[in-house]
Write a protein that binds this ligand. Structure first.
Ligand code: SIN
Length: 478
């Protein structure tokens, strides 16, 4: 990997401003399976040190003016833009997504830092009229305190900034545990935070296996909040571990997004939206369309147009020009995709796209016609480039299938009928709904799910509230 600023590629954990390097674990490039570098496997004792460093740093950080915190965040944001190309190269090397998409993620990640730098100056409380004479009541906003941040491998940059930026803006300090598959993007952000002048101990980054670090973070009474993005299974386990110390929780968990195309949809727009939603990051996002529900009148035209687009997708190493689908993150991901496709074939689905002979580590992008609710891919996130098409007849049937899942993160639908737009928009039981768009992720918009997809919202005004407590200060004797 060639970087303009090689110092951004760190192979060390960051605890209380000290970089600790130890070659305990390999970080691999999913495109080649070769080692990119080595990181420490942080212990429970090191996690406790990081928590203590964050607790110490909190004393000063929470008392800084909001303008000062905003300025430091803006400096961090600017450094991310200045080093965007290097950050994208590191991201592609460890995660696999095409470089063009990695560049997009860096801008997406940086947008949260700018947004929350701006929001830092608008953390206002309220003065509440008292029911009792001679008294005033102030509702004051205060930082939650030390926060634990556990982030996934699919967005190694943006999932960190979406959590850390609002936390820092609110006056909290952070102990971050990035995925052990993609720690280097987090560490590069740590280098830039240091250069921006964010004080030692405000951001701590622990690399390594999740068990010891995770259970120390969740078990600590000093840590007052956990924000996690990942699977519903792990989210529920972490929530259970946090219960004895009653931490505030933000959980952005799994999805099973329906993508509904009604007969009256604009076909071209619907195909464009399906491509954007389904194949972003090779299908490895929580908000990816997982089930494409297409009404019978437009079904054949939609399947033909989508198939042509998928057949034209270029699959290969993320560093190669023009590649649109990179390698999957690991063999477990490939195994799940393979099992879902095999199950669909066994239950009657038909492959519409050409079959490609790809090297190990890559998944063949596929459109499957004739999907039904008895298939594995109807119930579980495939997390890969598989587009199963479910044919339906009526709006009622589409809504029944769409809502027939324990998950409630994202849903999409395409229609030109305004009455249907409102009706279906309201009836979908999801936290994010895309109407005539396949993109629902922006820093200005609340992001999060209902039901088994989690708790809380990230981004937007709501994102900062997750890192604030409200204190009611009652003044008597006035
Ligand atoms: C995710 O897949 O967890 C996040 C996707 C996004 O922010 O759009």
């Amino acid at each position: 990997m060639k970087l303009d600023d090689p110092d951004l590629f760190r192979q060390a954990a960051l605890i209380g401003g000290q970089w600790i390097s130890r070659p305990d674990m390999e970080v691999t490039d999913p495109a080649t399976g070769e080692a990119l570098g080595h990181i420490p496997d942080c212990s429970a004792a090191e996690t406790t040190e990081a928590i203590a460093a964050a607790e110490e740093a909190l004393k000063d950080w929470r008392t800084r003016t909001h303008a000062e915190r905003a300025d430091l965040l803006m400096r961090w944001y600017q450094l991310m833009l200045d080093h965007a190309e290097d950050l994208a190269r590191i991201l592609t090397a460890e995660q696999g997504k095409p470089l063009q998409e990695a560049r997009g993620e860096i801008l997406y990640g940086a947008s949260f830092v700018r947004w929350f730098a701006e929001e830092a100056r608008r953390i206002n409380g309220a003065i509440i009229p008292s029911p009792v004479p001679g008294k005033k009541i102030f509702a004051m906003k205060e930082p939650v305190g030390v926060c634990a941040i556990i982030t996934p491998w699919n967005f190694p940059n943006a999932m960190i900034t979406r959590k850390v930026a609002p936390g820092l803006a609110a006056g909290c300090t952070m102990v971050i545990k990035p995925s052990d598959f993609t720690p280097c993007s987090a560490l590069a952000l740590g280098v830039l935070a240091e250069r921006a002048g964010i004080p030692k101990g405000v951001i701590n980054i622990l690399t390594g296996r999740p068990e010891a670090i995770g259970s120390t973070l969740t078990g600590s009474a000093v840590v007052r909040k956990l924000s996690f993005t990942g699977s519903t299974r792990v989210g529920a386990m972490l929530a259970e571990q946090c219960a004895p110390t009653l931490k505030k929780l933000s959980l952005e968990l799994g999805g099973n997004a329906p993508f509904i195309v009604f007969d009256d949809a604009d076909l071209e727009a619907a195909v464009e939206g399906a491509m954007a939603s389904k194949f972003r990051n090779g299908g490895q996002t929580c908000v990816c369309a997982n089930r494409l529900l297409v009404q019978s009148g437009i079904h054949d035209a939609f399947v033909a147009a989508l198939t042509a687009r998928v057949d034209a997708l270029r699959v290969g190493p993320g560093t190669e020009d023009g590649v649109e689908i990179g390698p999957m993150i690991n063999n477990a991901a490939i195994d799940k995709i393979t099992a879902h496709v095999a199950d669909a074939f066994a239950k009657g689905a038909t492959r519409m796209t050409r079959s490609r002979d790809l090297p190990a580590g890559y998944a063949d992008p596929v459109v499957l016609a004739g999907a039904d609710t008895g298939m594995l891919l109807a119930d579980e996130e495939t997390f890969g480039p598989v587009a199963p098409i479910f044919r339906f007849e009526t709006e009622e049937e589409a809504l029944r299938i769409a809502n027939g899942t324990p998950y409630g993160l994202a849903a999409y639908f395409y229609t030109t009928d305004m009455a249907r737009a409102f009706r279906v928009g309201e009836a979908l039981e999801f936290g994010l709904v895309g109407l005539n768009t396949g993109a629902v992720s922006h820093e200005v918009s609340p992001f999060g799910g209902v039901k088994a997809s989690g708790l809380g919202r990230e981004g937007a005004r709501e994102g900062i509230e997750e890192y604030l407590e409200t204190k009611a200060l009652h003044f008597g004797g006035i």
